[in-house]
Design a protein around this ligand. Structure first.
Ligand SMILES: C[S@@+](CC[C@H](N)C(=O)[O-])C[C@H]1O[C@@H](n2cnc3c(N)ncnc32)[C@H](O)[C@@H]1O
Length: 285
C-alpha cells in the first residue's frame, strides 16, 4: 500500500488521543522551552501540535512535515481549529529526499510512529543522519513508538493476545523480513550509530481501568474488533489456534454479549510506549 495515498488520519488521531498519557510523559521528557524550533517529522494528521504548542507558550515554531498530502490536509484542519497558524508551518517533504532546512537549525526533532521497518528498512540510517545535520548542537531528537505491538488490552486472555501480537508482526513483516537492526526496539542503537550522543531509552505508559470514559471505551472497542478482529480473521489460521479460543475472543469482544469485556467492572489495560532520546554534541567554547 502506498503511504502517500492511504488516508488513516482519523484512526491515527483517535489512537493518539487514546495514548494521551504516554504522549504527555514523552513530551515532558524532552524539556521543551519557549522559543524553540521543533521539527515534527512525519507529522501525519498533526496529533502532536497541541503538546508542542503548549510547551512553546506562543513563542517558537513547529514545522510539521510529511510526504502525504492527505495527512497534511488533516493536519491543516487541526491548525485551523486550534488557531495554530502563527506557530505551525506545514510542508510536504519526503524524508528520503534532501531536507529543505539549514544545518544546525532545530532545537528538537520528533518522530512518532514514523520509522517503521516496512516503510524505511535500511533507509532509517541515512534518514537519521540527515536529521542530525539540521539539529542544533546540543539539540535533542525523540523517536517515539506508541506501543510496540504487544498491547495488554485483554486481561486474563494472554494466550490469544500473544497470538494476535505475532499475527500483526507477521502481517507487517510479510513483504520485508524485519531484521533486528531495523526493528524499533533498536532505536537506541540507530541513534548511537548515526552520531547522536547521551542516548537513552525511556518507557512511557498508558493505563485505563473501569469505569472507562466513553471515548476510551469507543477506541478500545474499535481496536478489539477491527485491529485484533482482523488479525484473528486473516492470520490465526496460520497458527492452528483452537476454535474454543477464537469463540471466546468473539464472545468477549461482542458488545451484545453479557461477557463483553469492556463492561466488566474489573477491566483494565496497559500500553507501553517507547521514547528514545539522543543529543547532538554541543559546541564547547
Ligand atoms: C503512523 S503515521 C504517524 C503520524 C504522526 N507522527 C503521529 O504520531 O500521529 C506515519 C506518518 O509518516 C509519514 N511518512 C512515512 N514515510 C514518510 C517519508 N518517507 N517522508 C515523510 N513522511 C513519511 C506518513 O505519511 C504518515 O503520515
Amino acid at each position: 500500500m502506498n503511504y502517500t495515498t492511504h488516508d488513516y488520519s482519523q484512526s491515527e488521531l483517535a489512537y493518539k488521543e487514546f495514548l494521551r498519557p504516554s504522549l504527555q510523559q514523552a513530551v515532558d521528557l524532552l524539556d521543551i522551552q519557549g522559543g524553540f524550533k521543533i521539527l515534527d517529522a512525519g507529522c501525519g494528521p498533526g496529533a502532536m501540535f497541541s503538546y508542542f504548542a503548549e510547551k512553546l507558550n506562543s513563542t517558537g515554531i513547529i514545522y510539521g512535515i510529511d510526504a502525504s498530502d492527505i495527512h497534511l490536509e488533516a493536519a491543516h484542519q487541526i491548525v485551523k481549529t486550534n488557531n495554530f497558524e502563527k506557530i505551525v508551518s506545514l510542508k510536504n517533504v519526503n524524508l528520503f529526499e534532501d531536507l529543505p532546512f539549514e544545518n544546525d537549525y532545530f532545537d528538537i526533532i520528533w518522530l512518532s510512529d514514523v520509522l517503521f521497518p516496512d516503510d524505511f528498512g535500511e533507509q532509517i540510517y541515512p534518514t537519521l543522519k540527515a536529521l542530525y545535520k539540521i539539529l542544533k548542537p546540543g539539540g535533542r531528537i525523540g523517536i517515539f513508538y506508541g506501543n510496540w505491538l504487544r498491547l495488554e488490552l485483554l486481561p486474563g486472555y494472554t494466550t490469544i493476545e500473544h497470538y494476535i501480537s505475532i499475527a500483526n508482526e507477521k502481517r507487517k513483516s510479510s513483504e520485508f523480513p524485519w531484521k533486528p537492526e531495523v526493528h524499533p526496539e533498536n532505536a537506541f542503537r540507530w541513534l548511537n550509530e548515526c552520531g547522536f550522543i547521551s542516548c537513552e531509552n525511556k518507557y512511557v505508559s498508558t493505563y485505563y481501568q473501569s469505569p472507562l470514559q466513553n471515548k476510551t471505551k469507543n477506541y478500545l472497542h474499535y481496536h478489539l474488533t477491527q485491529i485484533y478482529g482482523k488479525a484473528i480473521e486473516f492470520r490465526l489460521a496460520d497458527f492452528h489456534i483452537s476454535q474454543t479460543l477464537i469463540d471466546e475472543f468473539h464472545k468477549i469482544t461482542n458488545l451484545k454479549d453479557p461477557e463483553y469485556i469492556l463492561y466488566s467492572p474489573f477491566y483494565h489495560c496497559a500500553i507501553h510506549g517507547q521514547l528514545t532520546i539522543g543529543h547532538k554534541k554541543p559546541i564547547i567554547k
